[in-house]
Design a protein. Structure first.
Length: 144
């Protein structure tokens, strides 16, 4: 399987500026020719945003904070990409985004917990639990 090159970029949505001049920050994960966008959950001053560098200009507290946050996001996305590569399965940019946002891990954990819960309940049938019969099943026996 040919590995596609991963590219992480950030941009602002200038059309959605609020009264203070703050705009939402959007991230984009590109994998080959496919891409997947996500909200960076931050608002930045449009006047400080440099679209070429994809960072805030200056050394103000907000610029340092946002730029550090973007570096951490990029590093985490690359880490999730490497984890998916090591799994050996094929994946898309959306899968990388979901892994970054923690959606893949939580779904698997929920299903595992539910399966374990069902196993525990089945083991307790006859001890302190009773197997119930559905209402429709009872109605079918009454009509016979």
């Amino acid at each position: 399987m040919k590995e596609n090159k991963l590219k992480v970029s950030f941009f602002t949505q200038a059309k959605r500026a609020d009264k203070k001049g703050m705009v939402p920050l959007i991230g984009r994960i590109e994998l080959g020719r496919k891409h997947s966008a996500f909200s960076a959950k931050k608002k930045v001053p449009l006047s400080l945003w440099d679209s070429r560098k994809q960072r805030l200009l200056g050394k103000s507290a907000i610029a340092n904070s946002i730029n550090r946050y973007l570096n951490e996001c990029t590093a985490l996305i690359h880490a999730r990409y490497r984890e998916l590569c090591e799994s050996g399965e094929s994946f898309t940019a959306t899968d990388v985004r979901n892994a970054y946002q923690g959606q893949l891990c939580q779904s698997a954990m929920l299903l595992e917990c539910y399966a374990e819960y069902l196993t525990q309940i089945h083991e307790r049938v006859g001890i302190d639990r009773a197997m119930t019969v559905s209402y429709t099943h009872l109605r079918a026996h009454e009509t016979k």
